[in-house]
Write a protein that binds this ligand. Structure first.
Ligand SMILES: [Zn+2]
Ligand SMILES: [Zn+2]
Length: 106
């Protein structure tokens, strides 16, 4: 039997964040409040789980939003994709990435 080559086009996971991506995550946390809309200072960069055309990989280090630790916990505890949609997380992630490119953060 010949071995099947599935030729995965998309990597399931991207590699570890680069220094630039880490800097972007820090920039999001330091400059923007929690993406749920609560207005609290954010503590964590959450990698968007929802499927969206801008995402290169399932875990794309350029597609993140800042959240408080508590709301990050809530999101992962619940139906994450549904909550992301309710909070407008995919749209926010695209906005933040755009802004980061404009500010030469990314
Ligand atoms: Zn919040
Ligand atoms: Zn997360």
């Amino acid at each position: 039997m010949p071995k099947v080559n599935h030729n995965r086009i998309r990597q399931k996971y991207s590699a570890k964040p680069t220094e630039r991506e880490k800097h972007f995550h820090r920039w999001c946390i330091d400059n923007f409040p929690c993406a749920c809309g609560c207005g609290c200072p954010s503590e964590i960069a959450h990698h968007v789980l929802s499927t969206m055309p801008e995402k290169r990989w399932r875990r794309d280090h350029e597609i993140v939003v800042p959240l408080t630790a508590e709301h990050h916990f809530d999101l992962h505890l619940g139906n994450a994709r549904k909550i992301e949609a309710e909070w407008g997380v995919p749209e926010r992630a695209v906005e933040l990435r755009k802004q980061a490119y404009e500010c030469y953060v990314l």
